[in-house]
Design a protein. Structure first.
Length: 292
């Protein structure tokens, strides 16, 4: 699998990225399972791993750190992302966003401790806190870079204007935005986030590339229409539905984040990076997704 620069100032990453977001939903978060999946990813050429302070009921980072400690691979051979910004209310009934200095600093320190590493390749601020002191937030992010705890910064689920607002207070670049993007949800294309990131010479991170499994298994009319189109065009590329959906995102210039624990699905996503959908077929899929 090729390695590509995430931006003109960011690190090289694998064309497909493995993320641990869904691990709390899918069950096992053990050290052995994480080691198994991580080694499979590395075998397939996926060397980039997306974490957050809350993933897997706050267990994934710590167990991934134990895998690093086991020395199954060298730290310098992988690219590590982590993020923070989402908090749970005291009563546990809702979540809210926090971009304060204290919360960001504590989260990064905790992630480094759990991951058994001295630095994160990219730290992403997840969701925009409407009540944050934006200057303080920017200064906090810059200090993390200057003291070496973080190599680069990014954002997650920011609008274009939120991205621009934070960037206007920074003296370092924002290298990516982590957005939901798939053939069931094209809002990041329609509202200009993808265009804006390309203007910044950055590649978007596309989470939920299969729309939470709906592209594969959904029974609503839109899912059925998209799946039928991908199956039909897939015969031309000797590719299944999953490979077609992921390669469609890669053709757009995004970096899909794989979240499955299934070896077969991980292999499908990894091999999708070698499929080059031609322009006419890409637009045929796109126009169907818009109309459905």
């Amino acid at each position: 699998m090729k390695k590509v620069y995430i931006s003109d100032s960011g690190p090289k990453v694998s064309e497909a990225i493995y993320g641990f977001w869904r691990w709390s939903d899918e069950g096992e978060v053990s050290v052995s399972k994480i080691e198994e999946i991580t080694n499979l990813c590395l075998e397939l050429g996926i060397n980039t791993f997306d974490h957050a302070d809350s993933y897997g009921n706050e267990q994934v980072e710590e167990n991934f750190g134990k895998v690093i400690q086991n020395k199954s691979f060298k730290r310098e051979d992988i690219v590590l992302f982590s993020k923070c910004g989402i908090r749970e209310s005291v009563n546990g009934k809702f979540t809210y966003y926090d971009n304060s200095r204290e919360f960001i600093t504590n989260s990064v320190d905790n992630s480094l401790k759990k991951l058994k590493t001295d630095y994160l390749d990219i730290f992403l601020l997840s969701h925009f806190d409407l009540l944050a002191d934006i200057e303080q937030t920017a200064m906090t992010l810059e200090s993390l870079v200057h003291n070496g705890k973080v190599k680069h910064i990014g954002v997650a689920n920011f609008t274009v204007f939120q991205h621009q607002l934070l960037a206007s207070h920074l003296n370092i670049p924002i290298v990516t935005n982590h957005v939901e993007l798939n053939l069931m949800n094209l809002s990041a294309v329609e509202d200009g986030r993808i265009d804006f990131l390309k203007q910044q010479y950055s590649k978007p991170l596309a989470w939920s590339p299969l729309a939470g499994g709906n592209i594969l298994n959904g029974q609503d009319p839109k899912s059925l229409n998209i799946r039928a189109k991908l199956e039909k065009l897939g015969t031309k590329y000797d590719a299944n539905v999953e490979q077609m959906a992921v390669s469609w995102l890669i053709k757009l210039g995004t970096l899909p984040i794989i979240g499955s624990l299934s070896e077969n699905r991980i292999r499908n996503a990894a091999t999708a990076t070698s499929i080059n959908i031609d322009k006419q077929d890409w637009y045929e899929i796109y126009q169907l997704a818009l109309k459905s």
